[in-house]
Design a protein around this ligand. Structure first.
Ligand code: SF4
Length: 147
């Protein structure tokens, strides 16, 4: 799959915050393990710095964002960079859904944090499938309309 059609995953860059680390762990899990051919990671810090290739990857793409707090930097930057936030996640909400996985640690997550990240990554992988499926159904419908 070309990069243009990949779903962009943007985790927050909350350094020194447990939820920020969970967001990045979940993002790596998605792009490296679960959906490597269907998704690509764009670093929030690169968007903030106005990096050309990061902005180009987001511009016109569908993105799934993972934020570590209410300031929702990842979601805001994707919108400011011309992307569409197809799904917006907050680590706190994920924790509310998976209370058994209490995250702790910053540089290195505890077992609960890793499990929370993996649970969130699983949810995002399903969303990627749904977004791509929806995209191909819409493309087929458009093609039929122009036939
Ligand atoms: S969303 Fe919150 S934790 Fe993440 S980069 Fe922004 S301020 Fe930091």
């Amino acid at each position: 799959m070309s990069d243009e059609k990949k779903i962009v995953i943007v985790p927050c860059s909350g350094i020194g915050k447990t939820y920020g680390t969970v967001s990045r762990e979940a993002a790596y899990d998605v792009v490296e393990e679960l959906r490597p051919d269907e998704s690509q990671l764009v670093a929030l810090s690169m968007l903030v710095m106005g990096d050309e290739s990061a902005r180009a990857a987001v511009d016109g793409s569908q993105a799934i964002t993972i934020d570590g707090c209410k300031l929702a930097c990842a979601s805001k930057m994707v919108r400011e960079s011309g992307g569409t936030v197809a799904k917006e996640h907050a680590v706190l909400d994920a924790y509310r859904r998976h209370k058994a996985f209490k995250p702790a640690g910053i540089a290195e997550l505890n077992e609960g944090g890793l499990q929370l990240a993996h649970a969130l990554a699983d949810e995002i992988a399903v969303e990627i499938d749904e977004l791509l499926q929806k995209g191909s159904v819409e493309a087929a419908a458009e093609e039929a309309n122009h036939a």
